[in-house]
Design a protein around this ligand. Structure first.
Ligand code: SF4
Length: 290
């Protein structure tokens, strides 16, 4: 089987140092919405300068290079054992090259492994066998600060007056944004999952963040809620980094799951402005990066 270690190092370098064009475009558009001379505008301008510098110098966009989350879509015939080894070797190499900060800390012994490798859980790697011939590896780097402000709700929630319906989901998501304030490094992107069990609900709320900015759910009810939540979150006045202003949330993505009759979970994964996600596609001998 082909060794893709070097190509995966390059995927990690790009993800860590160069924000995707759709994210950069949305951040640029937000500057114009903020008043000249305001702290909000200043924060967004600083973010934009930071993005340019990181890209030019291949340095991490943020000092926290986050949890590496890999999604591997592989055609029949590839070995997931080999792919896992290659991904782990690439992450170790990317850490040596300072594209990544060593971020894997043993939770029991409080010791940083120094090479970004923990047990099978770090990096997180999800494999999915697919039809066709192309291998696709997606990578998201999810910062710790924004992860800390993610929340899960079990509806009904009487303290919020939130029942088991989309009106209740709306209250839960807005509560998460209100509680996050600027601490998740706003402006953020909301990944929301409705249903599932506690585990699947959180996983899907992150998975939905792999889709492009502005991509709407095919279900018109959920698409409408996505738009509404973004606009209502932006009316809260929290603003970039919590400085006040009109840009608190850049986009909202929702996914609906099946649930048990007994439970109704709503999970909110908050992604910071450093919305680092990239993809590589292996087409025969060619490797294409997006
Ligand atoms: S939340 Fe995001 S922007 Fe803030 S420190 Fe963490 S990775 Fe950096």
């Amino acid at each position: 089987m082909r060794d893709l270690t070097n190509e995966i190092v390059e995927l990690i370098r790009r993800t860590s140092s160069s924000l995707p064009p759709d994210v950069e475009k949305r951040l640029k558009e937000s500057i114009e919405k903020e008043a000249p001379g305001s702290a909000a505008r200043g924060a967004l301008e600083t973010i934009m300068k930071n993005i340019e510098l990181s890209r030019a110098n291949s340095t991490p966009i943020c000092q926290d290079t986050g949890t590496p989350i890999f999604y591997v879509h592989y055609p029949v015939g590839w070995s997931t054992i080999q792919l896992r080894k290659q991904i782990r070797a690439a992450l170790e190499e990317a850490t040596k090259k300072s594209f990544m900060r060593p971020n894997a800390v043993d939770a029991i012994y409080d010791k940083n492994t120094g090479n970004n490798l923990g047990g099978d859980d770090f990096p997180y790697i999800h494999f999915e066998e697919i039809e066709g011939n192309d291998l696709v590896i997606e990578l998201m780097l999810k910062g710790g600060g924004c992860e800390n402000v993610g929340r899960q709700y079990s509806l009904p929630d009487n303290s919020l007056g939130a029942g088991r319906d989309l009106a209740g989901v709306r209250k839960a998501v807005l509560d998460a944004v209100q509680k996050a304030q600027g601490q998740g490094c706003a402006p953020g992107i909301l990944g929301v999952s409705i249903g599932g069990d506690r585990g699947s609900s959180y996983i899907k709320s992150k998975e939905v963040l792999f889709s492009e900015m502005g991509t709407r759910n095919k279900d018109p009810k959920l698409a409408e809620l996505e738009e509404r939540l973004t606009s209502e979150a932006n009316e809260m006045g929290i603003g970039p980094m919590g400085f006040g202003g009109k840009t608190t949330v850049l986009d909202t993505k929702i996914t609906g799951l099946s649930r048990l009759p007994a439970s109704y979970f709503v999970s909110v994964s908050y992604m910071c402005w450093a919305y680092r996600r990239r993809k590589m596609t292996v087409k025969g001998e060619q490797v294409i990066y997006d």
